[in-house]
Design a protein around this ligand. Structure first.
Ligand code: ADP
Length: 355
């Protein structure tokens, strides 16, 4: 609502005067034309008294018309401009206070198309902002939650290490506990930073042509001690000479995460297979395991940050691995799919363009 300040009153009066003078000028011109034509055709002569009387009546008429029109215009403006503007500014004030749940209903009536376009834009902006806000608060609570576990583990081991009569064996065990928990926290921070940089496009992919089969073998070999210790069988079927143009370092993140998950979720005696095949335009990598598998409900969320479907392995990860994988595959303009059956195993398929 406009406040009744001196400035607003002066503006209203000047608006009225401008309207009055315009109408007065238009009507005077019409009257003069009409009277001139009438006087010429009917041979009439107007006296000064006639003209003064006509001028007074015309002035009153013009005043009346100007007042009526100004009032009608004022009411029209109140309904079709001031009211929607107030509704929109009220809503944006609520956004400024952090309430993104507000939505503005579309206006009805003639002349509301322009406002409705603004309303649609504001509503979708609010929708976006509320999504970002939820992500931000979820992210903060997830990070805090994920940090709490290793921190309390470190605290507990730290307290135990203070025990006076501690055997050498126990001392080493507790110290290892502290080291493991701190490594887990450091890994999580590294992943968060990587993901953040990838999402904010602070990492510019260094595209180079390289042999994908070689890269897969190199990455897989890093897990040799893992599969030997866990007694997991390895199968490979790697096509030769499949070249891709991609950021090798980023792509190795994808294979490392897929391999470490495959070994993590596969019981002793199981099998992990890695295959690389080429179609006319694409390289297709499959990482298959005969592990615990996952339900379709879990499968639908695995690429979300901090999502962990199988909580029995939660201490060995932080739910960021596949979020990173998905981001990298998207940056490389590739595709990633997962097929999984509970109790039977999981297959991740990554498709990227080859050169
Ligand atoms: P993390 O492994 O740290 O929990 P990820 O983002 O790598 O996080 O994986 C998210 C979730 O996806 C896992 O918690 C698990 O439930 C599921 N998942 C990923 N890979 C596999 C797999 N090979 N077999 C079964 N479940 C898997």
């Amino acid at each position: 609502m406009k406040k009744l300040t001196l400035q607003n009153v002066l503006r209203m009066i000047s608006g009225f005067l401008a309207f009055f003078l315009t109408i007065g000028f238009a009507i005077s011109c019409c009257m003069m034309l009409f009277l001139n034509v009438l006087a010429d055709t009917m041979n009439l002569t107007f006296t000064a008294t006639n003209i003064a009387a006509a001028a007074k009546i015309t002035l009153v008429n013009v005043l009346l018309i100007a007042v009526i029109f100004t009032l009608v215009d004022h009411i029209r403006r109140k309904i079709s401009v001031d009211r929607p503007v107030k509704i929109i500014t009220d809503a944006t004030e609520k956004f400024m206070k952090g309430d993104f749940s507000v939505r503005i209903s579309p206006m009805q009536g003639a002349g509301s198309e322009g406002f409705n376009q603004i309303i649609i834009a504001i509503n979708s902006m609010a929708q976006e902002l509320s999504g970002i806000e939820t992500l931000r608060t979820d992210f903060v609570s997830n990070v805090s939650h994920e940090m709490k576990t290793p921190l309390s583990v470190m605290q507990n081991y730290g307290t135990l290490l203070q025990g006076a009569e501690l055997s050498q064996e126990k001392r080493i065990e507790y110290a290892k506990g502290v080291t493991d928990a701190s490594r887990r926290m450091a890994d999580m921070m590294t992943n968060i930073l990587k993901l953040n940089r990838l999402e904010n496009q602070q990492i510019f992919p260094k595209m180079e042509v390289f042999d994908l089969g070689e890269q897969l073998c190199e990455c897989l070999l890093q897990y040799e001690s893992v599969w030997e210790k866990a007694n997991i069988e390895i199968e490979t079927d790697i096509a030769e000479d499949v070249k891709v143009k991609a950021d090798a370092e980023l792509l190795s993140l994808v294979w490392n995460n897929l391999f470490s998950n495959a070994f993590k979720f596969t019981e002793a005696g199981g099998t992990v297979s890695v295959s690389l095949a080429a179609t006319s335009h694409h390289a297709i990598v499959k990482v298959r395991d005969t592990g615990c598998g996952m339900t379709p409900e879990i499968g639908a969320h695995i690429f979300e940050k901090f999502y962990q479907g199988d909580t029995s392995h939660s201490t060995q990860g932080n739910g960021l691995g596949l979020a990173l994988v998905k981001r990298v595959v998207d940056i490389m303009q590739g595709e990633i799919n997962v097929e999984s059956t509970v109790g039977k195993g999981t297959t991740f398929t990554v498709k990227i363009e080859k050169v």
